[in-house]
Design a protein around this ligand. Structure first.
Ligand code: SAM
Length: 175
């Protein structure tokens, strides 16, 4: 998590074991932080009446608060994504997270882009977006989804909402 020190406004999704370390990182950087949760109403069932954890945490570390997202928790279902990725975030979670962390027109970097839910949310909200993804398969899906969201915005006349995914620049060569 050393690279977080390069930023004074970051948001990390995590489980319980990572919480303390991330809070400490924020405090070491002299940032304020907010703990937010996403409570799933349909956690994955396991055997013997057990379930996978139904709560995911988000640590948002920041210098200046964006007051749009005052609520500290989101409750909702895990949406079926159809994007062939095991941990796609529902769109409403990403929209909510970005609203509490950024203002219109600001730039967002997702270093673990997956299939691009953050980028799609950026299109919806009029943020600029850079994404990095290790797996070519997910990178291509992300580009398609983000470009679709861009086209959607153009269709409805949202010329001011745009995305900047530099396909060639960000593509990581597979060994
Ligand atoms: C939890 S998933 C992100 C899911 C994403 N939020 C979505 O909605 O699809 C994390 C992603 O990070 C990617 N990843 C892991 N290590 C990476 C690295 N060192 N650089 C770039 N991407 C990486 C994985 O391939 C995976 O797709």
């Amino acid at each position: 998590m050393g690279f977080l020190s390069a930023f004074d406004n970051w948001l990390v999704f995590c489980g319980k074991p990572q919480l303390m370390g991330l809070m400490q990182t924020a405090m070491d950087q002299g940032l304020r932080w907010q703990l937010r949760t996403w409570n799933k109403t349909n956690p994955t069932p396991l055997t013997n009446a057990n379930y996978l954890p139904d709560t995911e945490y988000m640590i948002h570390a920041f210098k200046t608060h964006v007051w749009k997202g005052k609520k500290r928790w989101i409750v909702g279902n895990v949406e079926k994504s159809g994007f062939d990725h095991p941990t796609v975030k529902p769109q409403y979670v990403m929209v909510d997270a970005l609203q509490c962390a950024t203002n219109y027109g600001q730039t967002v970097l997702d270093c673990y882009m997956g299939t691009g839910s953050t980028g799609v949310a950026c299109m919806t909200l009029g943020r600029k977006f850079y994404g990095v993804e290790l797996e070519c398969k997910y990178f291509d899906i992300a580009c398609r989804r983000i470009e679709d969201a861009q086209r959607q915005d153009a269709l409805f006349g949202r010329e001011d909402a745009y995305v900047e995914v530099e396909r060639e620049q960000l593509r990581i060569e597979m060994a």
